[in-house]
Design a binder for this molecule. Structure first.
Ligand code: NAD
Length: 444
């Protein structure tokens, strides 16, 4: 279902009218294409709280954006940065927190449309409540700036201690691939040096990825993006969707696997299908059966919990226990902002998706220690799919506008976020639930 309001506000009369009426004015987002793989303009690199000791310069240099360290000194005479990275890891008290304001206040207005502001923070220090207070303050700062910055620009916070372990994350956030990710706080740990993929354009070459619910919608886009990145994809969907699953698989040079993920033996059947093992497991299949709790029969509850949560737990356990997921493997599950914020009529769905966040947080450290596998989740907001096209008109319009970017996301936005988490160089990103919601007003 096309977003006609977005097209209308892109016209001169549309801009005029919506400005006069005080209506939202979504900006057309710049997304990744093969012709435009990076942002256009330079990257402004600033610090607050003194030098942090992070060796960021070489990492930023590899984003493909020329770096400047002073606002006026943009390469090619351009004073309009495509991105600003503020290293605030050295902020330890309220006085040095003022340097965050001092650094960004003069430049934030100049950031190009669809540009990026990335603030780097340190982990909260359990021994120093002043440091913890001002490092936590960065979250409120970033989320507030995300809500006011406008023009398709995004603002995110990355907590890190090791610049090179955060390279894949910074490259993602500083690229058009993260167009619909804003207001997020992402913690990056440390990782052993992997040397990076042999072919940076095809980081998943030689790897196998299985995507559940991939015959259409977000799952189809995820399969497509992982195939673009070089993966051999297995397109899993229910037998009723066999034709679509085969069509998607054929287009991507992968293969279809039709089975109901809620089957008790789904894990065994996947294992049998993948004798050489699996590198990337994407739990995307999901259903809604909305109704208020007072009117919800037990069957509506259990069918949603079974597809969205129980089958994810079962297949994850089976594939880890059988050693099907190889060392260096990636699991990405699909949560939802409805699970983080709650949604009327969705007690079943909200419970199932919050359950995904719990699963990720608990399993991530153990899966990494025991199997060398990371476990993360994406939490989509309003994404333009058949699922949301079925939402009644007014609710659909509200869903589209109630976020900082004032528009719905596309399946490709969730797919790019998934591809970043699945990247071989993202081994230090573990246990994260990353919202792909344009900074939805629902929830934090
Ligand atoms: P969709 O309904 O378009 O696609 C879901 C796919 O999952 C379908 O192909 C379906 O056949 C498959 N599927 C359902 N039950 C299955 C089962 N038992 N076994 C195997 N496959 C099964 O949905 P979508 O909008 O693409 O959503 C994908 C995921 O993203 C879901 O987990 C959904 O909850 C989540 N999500 C979507 C949105 C959104 O705005 N569209 C928002 C938040 C979260």
């Amino acid at each position: 279902m096309a977003d006609r309001y977005l097209s209308f506000t892109a016209t001169a009369p549309g801009r005029f009218l919506t400005a006069r009426l005080g209506l939202p004015q979504p900006a057309a987002l710049i997304r990744w294409t093969p012709e435009r793989p990076s942002l256009e303009g330079h990257l402004l690199y600033l610090t607050a709280g003194g030098p942090s000791g992070l060796d960021l310069a070489p990492v930023l240099a590899r984003t493909g954006l020329p770096t400047a360290t002073e606002a006026a000194a943009g390469p090619a005479g351009s004073a309009r940065p495509a991105a600003v990275v503020l290293d605030a890891t050295g902020v330890r008290d309220v006085d040095t927190l003022a340097e965050v304001h001092a650094a960004l206040h003069p430049v934030v207005g100049a950031v190009a449309a669809s540009g990026r502001v990335v603030v780097l923070g340190a982990p909260l220090d359990a021994e120093d409540h002043h440091q913890a207070a001002v490092q936590q303050a960065l979250e409120g700062f970033v989320r507030s700036l995300g809500k006011e910055i406008g023009r398709g620009r995004t603002v995110n916070l990355v907590r890190l201690t090791d610049a090179s372990a955060a390279e894949s994350t910074l490259r993602f956030l500083l690229s058009p691939k993260s167009a619909y990710v804003s207001g997020q706080v992402i913690a990056v740990g440390t990782a052993e040096r992997s040397g990076g993929p042999a072919d940076p354009a095809r980081p998943l070459a030689g790897r196998t990825a299985l995507v559940t619910g991939a015959a259409r919608g977000i799952g189809e886009a995820v399969a497509e993006t992982l195939a673009r990145d070089g993966a051999h994809v297995v397109v899993l969907d229910v037998p009723q969707a066999e034709d679509d699953a085969r069509r998607v698989a054929a287009r991507l040079g992968g293969r279809a696997l039709t089975l109901d993920i809620t089957a008790a033996d789904a894990g065994e059947r996947i294992a049998a299908e993948l004798p050489d093992g699996l590198d990337v497991l994407i739990h995307n299949a999901g259903v809604t059966r909305d109704r208020r709790l007072v009117n919800m029969p037990a069957e509506r509850w259990s069918s949603v919990l079974d597809v969205n949560l129980a089958s994810v737990l079962r297949t994850t356990d089976a594939l880890l226990a059988k050693g099907v997921l190889r060392t260096g493997g990636r699991i990405v599950a699909t949560a939802s902002i409805a699970g983080l914020a709650g949604n009327a009529g969705q007690t079943n769905y909200g419970a199932s998706k919050a359950g995904i966040a719990g699963l990720v947080r608990s399993l991530a450290p153990r899966a990494l220690a025991g199997h060398g596998v990371t476990v993360n989740a994406v939490a989509p907001g309003f994404i333009e799919t058949r699922m949301t096209a079925a939402v009644p008109l007014f609710l659909r319009e509200a869903g589209r506008r109630m976020n900082s970017l004032a528009q719905g996301g596309l399946p490709a936005d969730v797919a790019e976020t998934t591809a970043w988490l699945a990247h071989p160089a993202s081994g230090a990103v573990n246990g994260q639930v990353v919202r792909v919601c344009g900074q939805s007003l629902l929830g934090a």
